[in-house]
Design a protein around this ligand. Structure first.
Ligand code: AR6
Length: 208
């Protein structure tokens, strides 16, 4: 069974695309409890773990994830911002963890927006190459890496919609947000994007 049967009891908003594809916004929630096929980790270039969501994923998933990360680093070296790699999910409900490195926000003049979009594009492409149907993202770069939340939300949602529309296998992308205010800002970004969509490619469904 694919992760499409994930518990969606905390669902607050959904964007429906053509071809049965959806982007969901859920929270406040802990991404380590998601049962989508993969969850995305907001890692750092060393891939050796850290604080925030990275620490939570390694704690919940156990040591196999770190072992797999070490193997990757020994083959390809440190991971640049905007790239993504995949490991097993260890003890997590999700079968895989996709590790991506967000940009550190330094004022917005250092291609941070393009790098953050690339995190979403690379993660969805990697999931698609592994025939996965569903994946969950945290709010990449808005914690320790300091990205302004509203800007990050707009970039995350638009790059996800674009990548999901081009995917062959991925049908559902979930944004699993840790607190109410982040959920609200991501949901607002989604509504803004859908309302300015002149092609009517998207419909928005809200929790009643
Ligand atoms: N589930 C969902 N979201 C979470 C969880 C969780 N269990 N825990 C935290 N968040 P951050 P970054 C939220 O700092 O800004 C690490 O040390 C959190 O509230 O984890 O990309 C890495 O090793 C925030 O909204 O990621 C890197 O060095 C969001 O996840 C660096 O931090 C992202 O916060 C990456 O920084």
């Amino acid at each position: 069974m694919s992760g499409l049967s994930a518990d969606v009891s905390d669902l607050k908003l959904r964007i429906r695309l053509r071809g049965e594809r959806t982007v969901e916004f859920a929270g406040p929630a802990d991404i380590t409890r998601e049962s989508t096929d993969a969850i995305v980790n907001a890692a750092n270039s060393s891939l050796l773990g850290g604080g925030g969501v990275d620490g939570a994923i390694h704690r919940a998933g156990g040591p196999d994830i770190l072992t797999a990360c070490r193997e990757i680093v020994s083959k390809i070296g440190r991971l640049s911002a905007g790239q993504a790699v995949i490991t097993g999910g260890g003890r997590l409900a999700a079968k895989y963890v996709i590790h991506t490195v967000g940009p550190v926000y330094r004022g917005g003049e250092r291609e941070e927006a393009e790098t953050l979009a690339n995190c979403h594009r690379a993660s969805i492409r990697l999931a698609d190459e592994h025939f996965l149907k569903s994946l969950s993202f945290p709010a990449i770069s808005i914690g320790a890496y300091g990205y302004p939340v509203a800007d990050a939300a707009a970039i995350a949602v638009s790059s996800t919609l674009e990548s999901l529309a081009a995917a062959q296998h991925v049908l559902c992308v979930r944004f699993v947000l840790f607190d109410h205010s982040t959920l609200k800002i991501y949901a607002q970004a989604a509504e803004r994007l859908a309302s300015t969509d002149s092609t009517s490619s998207y419909t928005i469904e809200k929790e009643s």
